[in-house]
Design a protein around this ligand. Structure first.
Ligand code: FES
Ligand SMILES: [Fe+2]
Length: 465
């Protein structure tokens, strides 16, 4: 068996790799192989996506009873649906009879899902209500035992719906922990919160999901190089790129495993992330604290990652150089699709109370920057796919190639943590740092090396929808 194949040999190799990484991460190193390896990928699906809270979708995507979209936890297919009573459900997209996929379209509205194989039929709350030939073939079948399978827990925060397959996972509020303080600034600017505009875009990239997730924790130093053409043409502002003297960079890490970075102006203008005056006026009623509101008021860019694979960027972009920039919130998930490959999902959001005209402009600004055809997005896809290519080389394995995440570490950087920081976590007042990326990889390592889940508890997760 080749060394990097799955199975017992692959499992042992991953154990050794993770053991070594325990020492490496303390000095800011990460083994390259974790970005493209079948055994690591296999372990991730179980330990990370099988046990963490994973983002499913936003409540405003399914406003009416029967509205549904297909989604994923790791690589497993689920249906995200609002049932007839208005409750949001997450249901495994697999028939309980003999396993065929029951919902074969991306989105729609339905009161029932009927399997195309033998027509077992489920209500949109997951309960089994119809079995053909029941009187002649299934006289003792208890329908209540054969509903669609649901994750162990489903919960939401400011409209974001998450699910976990692990019955022993902590409650969602604890999982998000102190990072909720930063999420509030993205999701609760106004009383009505944020609303998804249009359909999500999704596309495949030949890169590992972790490349996207780590980048959005605060890879501030790539902007000057990767997105240089946007700065040179004037599509992106120097302040958004965090060029010294233009805006103050902040990296906040050690926030219950999640991380955010911000570019904020230190004096003078009040950019409000680029929101126009009429939208800014709505922020006073949003319920943010004065410290949170101040970071929004001075904010040029906020971007972050909720472990494992939900990221966001909140800023303003220009559709072209001639037009003014418009603010938007982009939510994105980095879905694993095999070793060294991912599917990116991307949603555009705007404050619910904003005008239809503003929402249209926000959508167009997002399309021009963070979408499959977006200027920023295409730049990023190129460099991330290079990481996966390197990680999959024979040299990476034979040499035990390590990647460098040491920027700004004690002994490397000049920045010291802010002692008067008003929010949770540790704030570093510099763009020259990779503390958020190190937080991400520490959290990943912790999750990958958690003791195996209790099998008795695991069997309990086969609850009915
Ligand atoms: S597999 Fe679905 S009805 Fe048979
Ligand atoms: Fe980028």
């Amino acid at each position: 068996m080749p060394m990097n194949a799955c199975g017992a040999a692959g499992g042992q190799r991953v154990d050794e790799l993770l053991e070594q990484m325990r020492e490496d991460i303390e000095i800011g190193l990460v083994p390259a192989e974790v970005f493209n390896d079948p055994s690591v990928h296999d372990r991730e699906l179980r330990q990370v996506f099988g046990r963490c809270w994973v983002y499913i979708g936003h409540e405003t995507e399914i406003p009416n009873p029967g509205d549904y979209h297909v989604r994923r936890i790791g690589e497993d297919p689920f249906i995200f649906v609002r049932d007839e009573s208005g409750q949001v459900r997450v249901l495994l997209n697999s028939c309980r009879h003999r396993g065929s996929v029951i919902c074969r379209v991306e989105a729609g509205n339905t009161s029932h899902f009927r399997c195309p194989y033998h027509a077992w039929t489920y209500k949109n709350d997951g309960s089994l209500v119809g079995v053909p030939a029941r009187q002649h073939g299934y006289r003792q079948l208890d329908l209540s035992e054969w509903g669609l399978i649901a994750p162990a827990q489903v919960d939401s925060y400011h409209g974001l719906v998450f699910a976990t397959l692990d019955p022993q996972a902590p409650p969602l509020a604890d999982y998000l922990g102190k990072f909720r303080w930063y999420l509030d600034m993205q999701l609760a600017l106004t009383e009505g919160g944020m609303e998804v505009i249009g359909e999500p875009h999704r596309w495949h990239v030949g890169a590992d999901w972790k490349s996207g997730a780590e980048n959005f924790t605060g890879d501030s130093s790539h902007t000057q190089m990767t997105h240089r053409s946007l700065l040179e043409t004037g599509i992106a502002e120097e302040a958004a790129a965090g060029r010294p003297g233009k805006a103050h960079g902040l990296h906040i890490n050690e926030c219950d495993g999640h991380a955010i970075s911000m570019r904020v102006l230190t004096s003078g203008e009040e950019p409000y992330l680029g929101y126009p005056k009429e939208v800014q006026a709505l922020f006073e009623a949003g319920g943010l604290s004065e410290a949170q509101l101040d970071l929004v008021r001075r904010g040029v860019v906020h971007d972050g990652t909720v472990f494992p694979n939900l990221s966001f960027i909140h800023f303003s972009a220009k559709e072209d150089v001639e037009r003014p920039a418009t603010a938007f919130l982009s939510l994105r998930t980095w879905q694993p699709r095999g070793p060294g490959r991912m599917e990116v999902w991307s949603w555009v959001l705007a404050p619910r109370e904003a005008s239809a005209e503003f929402k249209r402009a926000a959508y167009r600004a997002a399309m021009s920057s963070f979408s499959p055809s977006g200027s920023f997005e295409q730049d990023d896809a190129v460099v991330w796919s290079g990481v996966a290519r390197t990680a999959g080389t024979v040299v990476a394995e034979l040499r035990g190639l390590k990647l460098n995440y040491q920027m700004g570490m004690p002994g490397m950087g000049t920045a010291e943590p802010l002692h008067d920081w008003p929010g949770p976590g540790t704030a570093w007042p510099s763009n020259a740092g990779e503390s958020g990326l190190r937080t991400f990889h520490r959290r990943w390592l912790e999750q990958m090396t958690l003791p195996e889940a209790d099998p008795d508890a695991a069997s309990a997760r086969d609850g009915e929808g």
